[in-house]
Design a protein around this ligand. Structure first.
Ligand SMILES: Cc1cc2nc3c(=O)[nH]c(=O)nc-3n(C[C@H](O)[C@H](O)[C@H](O)COP(=O)(O)O)c2cc1C
Length: 197
């Protein structure tokens, strides 16, 4: 396989493209689209978002230490893109995109009612990395659209039609190609079958 050698750059794709909502007390809520987001700890549940200082949302995040990560569904993709190219300095993004603020359970910042999953977060630490500041946050509560639950109450996230971001483009998640642990589960089944013989 022939390879080209490129200079350092961001190439960790796909990423999510989440709609992060935040709000200063007494002001309108805002939404910033964030692709530099990730899960960073299971217990306690923690995630991170990286935000440039120039963003209108940056000061809100710094001052309030709260935000909601709203997952982006296919239906929300246009709004996610719009909220990622327009600033809360000039627009009320909830109004412009016909989105409904959703009262949060554990924090003051509202989520987005139209998003299938809302992850309420409190900032534990912020680190200035250069172009971006990483906000390391603990998950305080998760709300899920009950239409995504099956009759046994199990979450079927496939129904949410989530969108991923890859090298400047948005994609629907496609064909299922496996599930957690399937690579060894197959072997275990084969072993069991052998033993039975
Ligand atoms: C798909 C997508 C991903 C983005 N990811 C980030 C990101 O990870 N961090 C960031 O600071 N800005 C990111 N942006 C840019 C901001 O969302 C954009 O500058 C937005 O207008 C900021 O809004 P605000 O000024 O209201 O805070 C992204 C934009 C798009 C469209």
């Amino acid at each position: 396989m022939a390879k080209e050698i490129w200079r350092p750059g961001n190439m960790l794709y796909p990423t999510p493209a989440v709609m992060v909502s935040c709000m200063r007390e007494g002001e309108k809520p805002n939404i910033i689209t964030v692709a530099w987001a990730g899960t960073i700890c299971s217990d306690p549940a923690m995630l991170s978002i990286s935000v440039r200082k120039e963003r209108y949302s940056y000061d809100i995040l710094k001052e309030t230490g709260e935000f909601v990560v709203n997952l982006t569904s296919k239906k929300l993709t246009r709004a996610a893109d719009w909220c990622g190219v327009r600033s809360g300095r000039e627009y009320d993004k909830f109004k412009e995109m016909n989105l409904t603020p959703l009262e949060s359970q554990k924090i003051s910042a509202p989520g987005i009612a139209e998003s299938p999953v809302n992850i309420e977060c409190k900032v534990k630490q912020s680190i200035d990395l250069g172009s971006h500041t990483i906000f390391i946050a603990e998950v305080m509560c998760v709300t899920v659209d009950d239409k995504l639950l099956d009759d046994k109450g199990k979450l079927d996230l496939g129904k949410a039609k989530l969108v991923a971001y890859s090298h400047g483009e948005y994609f629907m998640l496609g064909e299922k190609v496996g599930k957690f642990g399937y690579s060894v589960a197959k072997k275990a089944t084969a072993k069991k079958a052998k033993k039975k013989k």
